[in-house]
Design a protein around this ligand. Structure first.
Ligand code: AMP
Length: 411
């Protein structure tokens, strides 16, 4: 890497999509921490279909978003198309200014507790974890292989969704099942959305004017997928997702916590197959299963029109959220802040208000005026008298991945 190499390309490869951002990590002129200026952002979706779409926004040049539609056969073709778009703006992958490529990798198991430079052994281990992340890790591996082929000389870094949660104590990470069976099949609670929980808990400490080591934070990452975490002094001590991202909160299309006996009941009584139950719990449950919509905006609109199903779905969502706030308050002992983040957490004021309503005895309250403010900045929404700060902290997983990647290749 040359001294001028300050750019990081962040790749988030899904099964049929690739999201990417090119960031410049040059320290700011005051000599502060890496700035993380976005030079380009984009998305390739519907890979493998006739109607693939690439949307590329060259932020560095201030140009408009360029959209192209047409078949993109696979991830290799997708990354080549992305590389061509970046080249068109003078930001090509062949640039000596590119320091590294940072890959979001969903499952890092127990082995990967920190961002890791990818070599053959690392790639093999990510492959070994496919059985516990069958939807995600294969796409991540394809993204890594393709990027390696395009720039074999460049450091490629894996940033794991699970890494932040590897600090969970054993009593929080283990399920109460037969230990030999659990160990033989690596069944335990891993947790996900780790880069978001890490970033948001740190930003929340910053908002309170404290060092992360001094504060206890409950992070509520409420997007289409949703998870909560209890972070004590900067270290995760519990999180709501488990072996897979199905456990925990009610989500857009996932059930979250459920009696596991429901699964064998469905197989025995309803004649459903393993795959049927998988699809039911992951794709047809949560808000969509309860009321037909998974977009919180639409659910609020229906509630305003008096729709009972939407109301019940909202109430179930909030009830679960409250239970986790209560549980994690008990786990942490002392809570300094509750931070809302991701699509719902950052935008849905009624969700924030309802989640802490009635929790005044626990020191939690929301100021209605502050809660109604729309902003892209981290902010407090609790009244001054409240013992526990309630915050809205926009997440930025790409920036976190870029920072971790850049720090590692400069270490
Ligand atoms: P994410 O997975 O973080 O991108 O979050 C996506 C979800 O955020 C959507 O499915 C919506 O439910 C929710 N969302 C996005 N914008 C808003 C908004 N303005 N108000 C309420 N919910 C929103």
């Amino acid at each position: 890497m040359t001294a001028t190499a300050t750019r990081v390309l962040v790749l988030n490869s899904g099964s049929s999509s690739v999201k990417y951002q090119l960031l410049d990590m040059k320290p700011d002129s005051a000599g502060g921490s890496a700035a993380g200026t976005r030079l380009a952002v984009g998305l390739v979706e519907r890979i493998g279909e006739e109607t693939s779409r690439l949307a590329h926004t060259p932020l560095a040049t201030g140009g408009d978003t360029r959209e192209t539609e047409g078949p993109i056969a696979d991830h290799e073709a997708a990354l080549k198309a992305v590389a061509a778009e970046l080249s068109a703006d003078g930001l090509g992958l062949d640039s000596p200014q590119l320091a590294a490529i940072g890959h979001r990798v969903v499952h890092g198991g127990l082995k990967f507790t920190a961002p890791t430079v990818i070599d053959d052994a690392v790639l093999k281990e990510i492959e070994r974890l496919v059985p516990v992340a069958p939807l995600h890790n294969p796409a991540n591996i394809t993204g890594i292989r393709t990027a390696q082929a395009l720039r074999p000389d460049l450091p490629q870094v894996a940033v794991f969704d699970t890494a932040f949660h590897t600090t969970m104590p054993e009593y929080a990470a283990r399920y109460a099942i037969d230990v030999a069976t659990a160990d033989a099949h690596r069944i335990r609670r891993y947790g996900f959305h780790g880069t978001s929980h890490a970033y948001v808990s740190r930003k929340t400490a910053e908002l309170l004017g404290k060092d992360p080591s001094e504060v206890n934070v409950i992070v509520l990452h409420l997007g289409n997928g949703a998870s909560a975490s209890a972070v004590a002094g900067g270290r995760c001590v519990d999180t709501s997702m488990g072996l897979t991202p199905l456990e925990g909160l009610v989500m857009g299309t996932r059930s979250g916590d459920i009696d596991p006996a429901v699964t064998f009941h469905l197989k025995r009584v309803a004649g459903m197959s393993e795959d049927d139950v998988d699809v039911l719990l992951n794709k047809k449950s949560g808000l969509v299963g309860l009321c037909g919509d998974n977009d919180m905006r639409e659910i609020r609109r229906r509630i305003d029109e008096g729709d009972e199903r939407a109301r019940l779905a909202f109430d179930i969502y909030i009830h679960r959220l409250k239970k986790y706030i209560g549980a994690y308050t008990a786990v942490l002992g002392r809570v300094d802040a509750v931070a809302f983040t991701a699509g719902v957490g950052e935008n849905a004021a009624p969700v924030r208000a309802a989640a802490v309503a009635g929790l005044e005895e626990m020191g939690l309250a929301v100021d209605a005026d502050l809660n109604a403010v729309r902003s892209g900045e981290p902010r407090l929404i609790s009244p001054e008298y409240a013992r526990v700060a309630v915050a809205v902290v926009p997440t930025d997983e790409e920036l976190e991945i870029a920072q971790q990647t850049y720090a590692l290749v400069n270490a």
